[in-house]
Design a protein around this ligand. Structure first.
Ligand code: ATP
Ligand code: MG
Length: 280
């Protein structure tokens, strides 16, 4: 696999890396459903994304890692069109999300699935109705067909026995699996996960990772995963991008990331308290 990641010798500061730019594409030549170009986003005087560049390869699982508050969730919200960048380009399926009208943006959104941190299920609907919701809202399918699709996905995530339970009655892991089934129900080409492993014990995290790998092998697509869990990143990712202070500072295949000699990347991936990354 080609290596086109900016390398750093210890003489260079992060400002130097920023100025030079990190190459945004871990595997040039493959197609991308999602491209992020020079995206900047501030909330008030707080600059969150500060010129983010990143391409997500199709048919691969790309993990975005980075410290808390560095803009990872904000990035996902840009991809799904929930946030508009102050400047820069968010391109999904070859379309600049903010040069098309709301209706077209909605159409694009239907081709993306997102699993929010807590599953984001509707508390007043049982698991079955939660998973059926996107089909009922966005398609004209009849209930019999919806049932087939919903039960198929619930079977894949091991929840066929929990269909009548409400989110408040099931465990955190089950909520995430239900959220996963719901994210996949419209057959999306892009699937995003915001910290799918948060709040899960190590065994359930591992099972969820297996499920992500299995579903990706089965359905394909551009998977974007945000996580703090280094083991998850190592296990499921084809590529790893590291974001710091709103910019991409490393991007390559998983092996490269874990062998990186950039002090920040090394510190972050080893969870070391000594290094350029502090509490600020
Ligand atoms: N709608 C908003 N209004 C104001 N500030 C926001 C908004 N959304 C995010 N922020 C701020 O942007 C920064 C980045 O937030 P974001 O949620 O993307 O971080 P993150 O990298 O996902 O962190 P974590 O790993 O802790 O989830 C945070 O300081 C957050 O408070
Ligand atoms: Mg977040």
């Amino acid at each position: 696999m080609s290596t086109n990641v900016a390398t750093i010798d210890d003489e260079r500061t992060y400002e130097d890396i920023y100025a030079q730019g990190v190459i945004v594409d871990p595997e040039p030549g493959v197609d991308h459903n999602v491209r992020i170009r020079e995206v900047k986003k501030s909330f008030g005087s707080f600059d969150v994304l500060t010129g983010l560049n990143l391409n997500f390869p199709d048919n691969a699982i790309t993990t975005v890692l980075g410290p808390s508050g560095t803009g990872k969730s904000v990035l996902l919200k840009h991809i799904v069109g929930l946030l508009e960048p102050d400047s820069g380009l968010v391109e999904v399926f070859g379309q600049d999300l903010w040069r098309i009208n709301d209706k077209d943006r909605q159409e694009i959104r239907k081709r993306m699935g997102i699993l929010f941190q807590d599953g984001a299920l509707f508390g007043s609907m049982n698991i079955y109705d939660n998973v059926a919701f996107p089909l009922r809202k966005h398609t004209h399918k009849r209930e019999a067909e919806i049932r087939k699709i919903v039960m198929g996905h619930l079977d894949e995530v091991g929840l066929t026995k929990a269909i009548s339970k409400f989110p408040g009655e099931v465990s955190g892991g089950m909520k995430k699996r239900a959220g996963f089934a719901r994210a996949l129900v419209l057959n999306p080409s892009v699937v995003m996960f915001d910290e799918p492993d948060s709040g899960l014990d190590p065994v359930r995290t591992s099972l969820l990772n297996d499920l992500i790998l299995r579903m990706h092998a089965e359905h394909g697509g551009t998977y974007v995963l945000v996580t703090h869990d280094i083991r998850t990143a190592r296990k499921v990712s084809d590529y790893v991008g590291v974001v710091w202070k709103g910019k991409l500072i490393h991007y390559g295949d998983t092996e490269e990331a874990f062998n990186s000699d950039m002090p920040f990347v090394r510190q972050f991936l080893s969870g070391d308290s000594v290094g350029p990354l502090g509490m600020d």
